[in-house]
Design a protein around this ligand. Structure first.
Ligand code: HEC
Length: 209
């Protein structure tokens, strides 16, 4: 991690700790005696800022490598590159920020990126928001273990279509056969620009090394 981001996170975590102790999370007992945490607005804002910073850095890491791979050997090479490198790149971002970072999608290419029940709920929520109002915002929430989670929508942009758009139109037949060879259970095509492709899911937990 760079010195800049270490300082940035140190400051944020200090603020988070202070917020949590003095004004923030309130513990209440529910019927089944499980603790229920109520998030304060300032804590939500703090984690939203952190989430945005992590997503921006992770997106940059992925897209720089992807663009480089397309320049080196076109879409066929870039697809094989993603096949080998996408998961390690995400793992390296998880190690850098010491939080659990994932991209998940219902219509996934790599089945490792399938949503669990909680992530599916966020996907459904984002999908509804997009359908109802034409826009969708990132959000901070607590999962079933009371761990803070930041989630942000991933929307389809024009350059993504050559690998995730309509087969035969956006995705050439040749490229499609390469995709199908590497990902026999691929579900990640047929998207249009502006569609909800999936979510970034950041779980703020310490990663064991
Ligand atoms: C060169 C082809 C290519 C391009 C261009 C591309 N992707 Fe992908 N994408 C892939 C491959 C291959 C995977 C599977 C990676 C893996 O094995 O984890 C993938 C996976 C994903 C995933 C993870 C969920 C899943 O389906 O497994 C998301 C989300 C995603 N891409 C979004 C995008 C977005 C948004 C863009 C445009 C900014 C984009 N992709 C551009 C090839 C591409």
């Amino acid at each position: 991690m760079t010195r800049k981001s270490v300082t940035f996170f140190a400051a944020l975590f200090l603020m988070a700790a202070m917020t949590a102790c003095f004004t923030g999370t309130k513990n209440e007992k529910s019927d089944n005696e499980k603790e229920v945490f109520v998030l304060s607005d300032s804590l939500i804002n703090l984690y939203r800022e952190q989430g945005r910073f992590i997503v921006k850095s992770s997106f940059q890491a992925l897209s720089t490598q992807l663009t480089g791979a397309i320049q080196t050997g076109g879409v066929p090479y870039a697809v094989s590159f993603c096949n080998i490198e996408a998961v390690p790149i995400m793992d390296s971002m998880t190690a850098e920020f010491n939080v659990n970072i994932k991209r998940v999608s219902e219509k996934n290419r790599n089945p490792e990126n399938s949503p669990d029940a909680f992530e599916q709920m966020i996907l459904d929520l984002f999908d509804q928001n997009l359908k109802n109002s034409g826009k969708v915002n990132d959000t901070v929430l607590l999962d079933a273990n009371n761990t803070l989670v930041y989630a942000a929508p991933i929307l389809m942009a024009q350059p993504c279509l050559q690998c995730h758009g309509v087969i035969g139109t956006d995705i050439s037949d040749k490229n499609n056969s390469i995709i199908k060879k590497l990902y026999p259970a691929d579900k990640a095509s047929g998207f249009a620009q502006g569609d909800l492709r999936g979510i970034w899911r950041i779980r703020f937990e310490q990663i064991e090394n």
